[in-house]
Structure formats: structure tokens, C-alpha cells
Design a protein around this ligand. Structure first.
Ligand SMILES: [Fe+2]
Ligand SMILES: [Fe+2]
Length: 327
């Protein structure tokens, strides 16, 4: 089969799933409570003295946030600010003038508040060297993001399922740690994580639709993206170090990603599928083996981890030391 025949067949499957998309979108709308960043960070023209005091107190508390938590917030914020990359990918792979596009608009409007809320927080609390952070954000967007999905919309839906679950965990874990210093950032991150959880349910169930309609190819596509989730910006200077700090601080690391993959496989019901052909059985077996591979990889990374110090321009090059005792 030629690549273009395969693509047009996959597009037909996507079209056939539009009633499901409408249903999932309605469920999403019924379950969400739309919130706005200014609910947490008052900034309107008519700001009251009490609200000004709230912001002063907030800034005072945020001063205590340790540098690893700041790095995690920076990474979470950068990920959110990658929204133009993700919006474009969804638009390119899922087409226009259809239910998928209506979902993309709704999803984008919700996601945009995540970057806004976090950006407002780090600015209002004076948490970063903003000039340095803004440069990083600029580079992140300018670098573009074009993963090698070879015109495969199924990979996009597997990727978004994993990505939503992963960002949910990263936000929630950052919030848990930050709560010891400032409850406001935990509330903001809690609301964002709840959004990510609902987004995850949408993509997860849309992917289940693919598995029901075209299971072998859906599993083959999932297999291409699950072993390693490439983030936009992973090639930008300092990005790996930021991820390393977040891992060493116990916020989010390879073990968490393994958990994300396992949750996706479980909720997609991969183990219970009965593929009708050998290619399907092969993809199923390989998919089921991914968590064990990720475990091994996580162990290897942990074994190789050595003491290391880090510093970043956006926190004024203060040095963070992470000691590892080698047995
Ligand atoms: Fe988000
Ligand atoms: Fe999301």
C-alpha cells in the first residue's frame, strides 16, 4: 500500500469518528468549569486595596520558593508556551471544517490560559530574571517543532494522550512541592492539572475510537511515539538541564513517564485487544513491552547519575548542587 493510500484511509477513519468527537466535546463542556487567570491574580483597573495587599503578600511568600521549584515552573511554563506548535500540528494532521477543528479551537482557548496564568504568576511574584526567561521562550518558539510523524494523524492522537497525562503529572507534582511556600501557585497548578486531565480523557477516548476502527494501525502508530516523548524545545540550550533538575528534585522524571505510558496502555485497553492479524499481534506485544523498557532505561539513568551543579540565567545563575552518593 502506498503512503498516500494509507493516509487517505486514515483520514476516512477520522471522518467516521466525528460523531464520537462531538460526543466527547459535549462531555468535556458539561464537566468543565471555565476559569480565568485573573481569578487568582487580580489585575483589573478597579483593583481594591485588599487585592493589592493580597498581591504584596503573595510576592512575599513566593520569595521562599526554592530554585528547583522555580526551574520546574519555568519548564512547565515553557511547555505551555509551546502552544502555537501544538495548535499547528493538530490543525495540520486533523484537517479543517470538521469536528476535530472545532475541538482544536476549544482546546487551544483552554490551553492558552495555562501559559497566561503561569506567566502572570512568575511576573507578579518577580520569580525570574524575566529578560532571560523571555529570551528562552522566544528561542523555544522560533526553533519550530516538526516531529517525524510522516503525515500520520494517529501518531498525533497518541502523542496528545501521552502529553496531556504527562503535563498533568508535572503540574500537579510541582504544585504539591510549591504548596509548602505559597498556596496560590498550588491552586493555579491544580486548576491547570484538572484541565489537562479532562484533555487527556478526550484524546484517550478519541484514540480508543481509532483502536476500535483500525486497531492494527492505531497500535503501530502508538508504538512509534510511546518509547520516547519528544518535547518541542528539547534541543534548546539548557532544556535538558532543566529536565534533569526537575527529575533530581523528585518532581517529574523517567519513572513518571513510565507511569504515564502504563496509564495510557491500560486506559486504551491494549492488553484486552484481540488483533485480527499478525501485524496487530506484533504491535500489541511490542506496546505491552514498552513500560518494562522504560523501567530499564530509568534504572540506567539513575545508576549513571552523578553529583552535579546547575545554574540558569533565568534565576540569575544561582548555583544548585545535587549530591549523589555513589555506593
Ligand atoms: Fe496546558
Ligand atoms: Fe491540556
Amino acid at each position: 500500500m502506498t503512503a498516500s493510500t494509507e493516509l487517505s484511509e486514515k483520514r476516512e477513519v477520522l471522518t467516521s469518528l466525528e460523531p464520537l468527537v462531538e460526543k466527547l466535546m459535549q462531555r468535556h463542556l458539561d464537566e468543565r468549569r471555565l476559569w480565568m487567570p485573573s481569578e487568582f491574580l487580580p489585575s483589573s483597573e478597579g483593583i481594591t486595596d485588599d487585592q493589592e495587599q493580597y498581591l504584596t503578600d503573595l510576592r512575599e511568600r513566593a520569595r521562599g520558593l526554592p530554585d528547583p521549584v522555580r526551574v520546574s515552573l519555568a519548564l512547565n511554563l515553557l511547555t505551555e508556551e509551546g502552544l502555537p506548535h501544538f495548535h499547528r500540528l493538530i490543525a495540520v494532521h486533523l484537517g479543517h471544517g470538521n469536528a476535530w477543528e472545532r475541538w482544536n479551537f476549544l482546546w487551544t482557548a483552554e490551553e492558552d490560559r495555562h501559559g497566561c496564568a503561569l506567566h502572570d504568576y512568575v511576573r507578579d511574584t518577580r520569580l525570574f530574571n524575566m529578560e532571560a526567561f523571555e529570551k528562552l521562550q522566544y528561542l523555544y518558539l522560533e526553533a519550530g517543532f516538526d516531529p517525524e510523524w510522516h503525515d500520520d494523524p494517529y501518531q498525533l492522537l497518541a502523542y496528545t494522550s501521552l502529553q496531556e497525562r504527562a503535563t498533568q503529572a508535572a503540574h500537579a507534582n510541582t504544585g504539591k512541592l510549591a504548596a509548602n511556600y505559597d498556596p496560590v501557585i498550588q491552586r493555579i497548578l491544580g486548576h491547570i492539572a484538572a484541565d489537562e486531565s479532562r484533555h487527556f480523557r478526550f484524546y484517550r477516548d478519541a484514540f480508543c475510537g481509532l483502536l476500535e476502527t483500525d486497531s492494527t494501525r492505531a497500535m503501530q502508530s502508538a508504538l512509534k511515539v510511546t518509547p520516547r516523548l519528544a518535547m518541542p524545545g528539547h534541543n534548546i540550550a539548557g532544556y535538558d538541564d532543566m529536565a534533569d533538575v526537575v527529575h533530581r528534585a523528585g518532581i517529574y522524571g523517567p519513572r513518571d513517564y513510565r507511569k504515564v505510558v502504563q496509564q495510557c496502555l491500560d486506559s486504551w485497553g491494549i492488553a484486552d485487544l484481540v488483533p485480527s492479524d499478525a501485524a496487530g499481534r506484533e504491535a500489541q506485544d511490542k506496546l505491552m513491552a514498552v513500560p518494562a523498557r522504560l523501567d530499564k532505561l530509568a534504572s540506567l539513568i539513575e545508576r549513571r547519575m552523578r553529583s552535579k551543579s546547575f545554574s540558569f540565567d533565568f534565576i540569575n545563575r544561582r548555583v544548585m548542587e545535587f549530591e549523589i552518593e555513589v555506593a
